[in-house]
Ligand binder design. Structure first.
Ligand code: AMP
Length: 432
């Protein structure tokens, strides 16, 4: 009863709050997604999946075997995983075997921009690169969704294109709990993402954006950075990820000086040096970050704190490590999400407000999981009756005596879609 009351209060609170929403800008990762609902026989035709199950997934996909190993890892554990394809031959091999699937808009920044504009935030600006017609036309019609075109004008994305063609595709293989491939049973609804993105893997900030965004900067009070997972440690031209981060760090410093509040979204970042740059160079500068249990456990591994308990979402271990990260890096807030609950550790004393933000985000995630589309704020009423997770309630009880803010969430029994849920959760909670 107590938690249901929190959700009902949050809904009313968010409806008021959204009227004063600040301008929000997002970069640097939008892409064409190819959504494939996994069919058992498609994989069984290609290989016996049992031969590809291993404890660790590959770092990148250079061969069809790497692709199968990544898929087998994600499917057999029911864990979300994204890996970059680094060979054009594998890109062609996947295209031949699976096609593009259902083409839709994807990429963390685009998912978030759509979620926020649909939700009702008044002014959402998304950086898009490349400004390709095939990509920008996937953005929904919406007066509150804008980008900056190459001439420096703020326009709806579909008016901003300056080239054509699909330059990158991220295949999303969605699988279901209970599905069986080669005798392996999947334990949880989730997805494996294989990404081909040679064009944006440097997470380049275009000259046009660098010059023009500062002109409009006073309109935007929040900036969400995402897309680190498509970066490499060393690029084919020899450039290193440390060098790439020089550009990102200087951008972050520039907007921070203007008083913009900054959130960085983690993701399935396979390369340790990319994670290291975020934690050591970005975290000390920013206000907030969002991540799930896998992403947190990888950071823990990098810092020598790995424990299986973290990956299994043991609330005490998670809390302790989040506190450690806050203290070590200077970041002001971390929003952790896992199936059944969220934990926030932060320097902000206003716990009640944080709980309102989290509850609103959880309702939005439940709506997206149930209906496979992002909700408008008024839609949240329709998911209000979904039961609240018992695992989540236990986590809240376990951490009751700490300063963690814990929200047990509503969990949709048979979700229609799991991709983009983390993006919805983190962005709505940060922007409210
Ligand atoms: P990510 O893997 O980062 O996209 O985050 C997925 C998050 O979505 C999980 O951590 C959960 O908090 C949430 N989630 C996943 N499945 C469901 C579901 N069936 N119902 C509600 N929330 C879900």
């Amino acid at each position: 009863m107590k938690w249901q009351g929190v959700y009902e209060k949050a809904y009313k609170w968010a409806k008021e709050e959204i009227n004063d929403s600040p301008g929000i800008a997002l970069g640097f990762h939008s892409v064409v997604d190819g959504l494939i609902n996994v069919k058992e026989n498609e994989f069984e035709k290609i290989a016996d999946l049992r031969s590809y199950v291993q404890d660790e997934p590959p770092i990148s996909i250079k061969t069809p075997e790497d692709f199968l190993k990544g898929f087998a890892y994600s499917f057999s554990k029911g864990k979300a995983l994204q890996i970059m394809i680094e060979s054009e031959n594998v890109y062609k091999w996947i295209k031949e075997n699976f096609g593009f699937g259902q083409i839709r808009l994807g990429g963390t920044s685009a998912n978030m921009a759509v979620a926020l504009s649909k939700f009702g935030f008044k002014d959402v600006l998304i950086y898009i690169y490349p400004l390709s017609k095939d990509l920008v036309e996937l953005f929904p019609e919406s007066d509150n969704l804008k980008t900056i075109d190459s001439d420096g004008n703020i326009v709806h994305p579909k008016h901003a294109w300056n080239e054509e063609g699909i330059k990158a595709v991220h295949w999303i293989f969605e699988f279901k709990k209970g599905q069986k491939i080669s005798g392996i049973e999947c334990p949880r609804d989730n997805r494996f993402i294989a990404s081909w993105n040679p064009v944006n893997s440097k997470l380049k900030i275009s000259e046009s954006f660098k010059i023009n965004f500062p002109k409009y900067i006073d309109r935007y009070r929040k900036f969400i950075i995402a897309g680190f997972h498509i970066m490499r440690e060393v690029y084919p031209d020899g450039e290193t990820v440390d060098k790439r981060f020089d550009e990102l760090v200087s951008f972050v410093k520039e907007i921070k000086e203007k008083g913009i509040s900054i959130h960085a979204e983690m993701a399935s970042i396979r390369y340790p040096k990319v994670r290291k740059n975020i934690v050591e160079r970005i975290f000390p500068l920013i206000d907030s970050s969002g991540m799930n249990e896998v992403e947190l456990s990888w950071i823990a591994k990098d810092l020598g704190f790995y424990s299986e308990e973290l990956e299994r979402s043991n609330p005490i271990k998670v809390y302790e490590f989040l506190k450690f990260l806050l203290k070590e890096t200077g970041i002001k807030r971390i929003h952790y999400h896992t199936l059944g609950y969220y934990i926030v550790v932060s320097n902000d004393e206003n716990k009640e407000k944080e709980l309102m933000k989290l509850s609103t985000a959880a309702l939005a995630a439940a709506y997206r999981a149930k209906f496979a589309v992002s909700p408008n704020i008024d839609d949240l009423e329709s998911v209000m009756k979904i039961p609240i997770s018992d695992t989540g309630k236990k986590a809240a009880e376990t951490l009751k005596s700490t300063d963690a803010i814990v929200l047990p969430t509503k969990v949709v029994e048979k979700p229609k879609l799991t991709v983009g849920l983390g993006d919805t959760i983190s962005s709505i909670a940060f922007c409210l």
